[in-house]
Design a protein around this ligand. Structure first.
Ligand SMILES: Cc1cc2nc3c(=O)[nH]c(=O)nc-3n(C[C@H](O)[C@H](O)[C@H](O)COP(=O)(O)OP(=O)(O)OC[C@H]3O[C@@H](n4cnc5c(N)ncnc54)[C@H](O)[C@@H]3O)c2cc1C
Length: 400
């Protein structure tokens, strides 16, 4: 369903643009099954920045007025919002990682094995687990129903549901996934939960599913209060670039040319480029083979397009461990490695570990954040509705 190249992502965007206006706002909540065409199917590309949010919004607004494509543009900004929010509340991610580790280290609850095997006896849930595993994708409305039934009908921990999604979704994303599960469970917007109802499921799946026995109430979960927010770093480029700098791209951001275009002069200084990825860092159980294959292929595709100042494509490192990066840095005699900024999640954790290993070898690490994130993230400190008010101004400033 998802061809792992930028060309395929751009083609999917091109095909969807005519439908991003009234068609999308009217039909987007329907889930007709894997052959659906009422949503864009762009998330595996946008999530890895094979195609960027800016490109998507620019293409849509070249065809539709913002008023007509408002719903679609807002959805694209949901991803930005979730990233900006998690960036300011990294403790949520830290706790999630510890809790998932603890469950898999021996604390799995009753009913979990049946749920992940698609044997709950709830026909819709069992079909959705199969679809998730077979295709690496679920429609947004289905993700909401699934999470709600998982938490409120099956009584399973939200963290394990999020982990299941994260391992199998081609678009698996630390912020969108973790925070959407929390939103359904009532942790994200205090006291507000999402209750899946059979009539709604039947209506939006054209009667394919009408599950019986669903929970009729959804009491919000609770948690220890979160610490004060972490402010967004004001600087877009953090660190000092030396005389021999190499660019190292990763699965959070695979479009080097638009990243570098936002930083005049940087491209000309890069004496080497490389790429690395490790989707198995998503979970103690690793990622599905479909996620591994999709990620490896989009990284290979991105490497071909990421040229250094001599026109050489990026080297794809054989692994994501620091030793591979150190070998590459030594072979190119680098004093600096420039990386696209990785938001809160496994790649940020990996880069944090790498920073100290490089420092010990006299190589400094510089992060470059995109203007899109710099402009939008500070506004993601509260709920989505105040953030939404900022979208017209953000679009004016960014999508040109
Ligand atoms: C429980 C749950 C878990 C989720 N996990 C992920 C995840 O791991 N990764 C992920 O990318 N999305 C996640 N989402 C958000 C959303 O479901 C997917 O982004 C969307 O279904 C992707 O399909 P599409 O590209 O056809 O979307 P479209 O409807 O065509 O939307 C266009 C783009 O807008 C963005 N978008 C749309 N809806 C959302 C949303 N609710 N939140 C954030 N961005 C959105 C995506 O980039 C998407 O490609 C999750 C939602 C829920 C409810």
């Amino acid at each position: 369903m998802f061809i792992p190249t930028r060309a395929a992502g751009l083609e999917a965007l091109h095909d969807f643009v005519p439908h991003a206006g009234v068609d999308y706002s009217r039909d987007r909540n329907r889930d007709d099954g894997p052959s659906r065409s009422n949503v864009s199917g762009l998330s595996p590309y946008i999530r890895h920045r094979v195609v960027t949010e800016r490109e998507v919004v620019t293409a849509v607004l070249a065809r539709h007025r913002l008023g007509a494509a408002e719903k679609f543009v807002q959805e694209v900004f949901w991803r930005t919002y979730w990233k900006g929010w998690l960036e300011q509340n990294p403790e949520v991610w830290r706790r999630y990682r510890l809790e998932v580790d603890a469950f898999h280290a021996g604390g799995l609850p009753a009913g979990y094995e049946e749920a992940v095997a698609g044997h709950t006896g709830i026909d819709a849930m069992d079909a959705w687990v199969r679809e998730l595993v077979e295709t690496g994708y679920l429609h947004n409305h289905t993700r909401m129903w699934f999470a709600s039934i998982w938490v409120f009908t099956l009584g399973l921990p939200w963290q394990l549901g999020a982990d299941l999604f994260y391992r199998h979704l081609l678009d698996g994303d630390a912020a969108s996934n973790t925070l959407s599960w929390r939103w359904v469970a009532g942790l994200q917007t205090a006291g507000k939960t999402y209750l899946a109802q059979a009539s709604n499921i039947s209506r939006y799946t054209d009667g394919r599913f009408s599950p019986a026995g669903l929970a009729t109430t959804a009491r919000a979960l609770s948690e220890e209060p979160l610490p004060a927010r972490t402010p967004i770093e004001p600087e877009e480029v953090v660190g000092t670039i030396g005389a021999r700098a190499g660019l190292l791209i990763h699965e959070e951001d695979l479009d080097a040319s638009s990243l570098l275009a936002g930083q005049p002069g940087l491209a000309e200084t890069l004496v080497a480029t490389a790429a690395f990825a490790d989707p198995d860092e998503r979970s103690p159980l690793g990622a599905s083979s479909a996620v591994d294959a999709f990620t490896a292929a989009v990284v290979d595709d991105a490497a071909e397009r990421s040229l250094d100042s001599r026109g050489r494509p990026a080297v794809v490192l054989a692994g994501a461990a620091a030793s591979w990066v150190l070998d590459w840095a030594r072979s190119e005699r680098l004093d600096t490695i420039v990386v696209p900024y990785a938001p809160v999640g496994p790649v940020q954790e990996r880069i944090g570990r790498l920073r100290s290993d490089l420092a010990a070898d006299g190589v400094s690490l510089v992060t470059v954040r995109r203007p899109w994130d710099s402009a939008a993230w500070p506004s993601a400190s509260r709920g989505f509705f105040p953030f939404r008010e900022r979208i017209p101004a953000l679009v004016r400033d960014l999508a040109e």
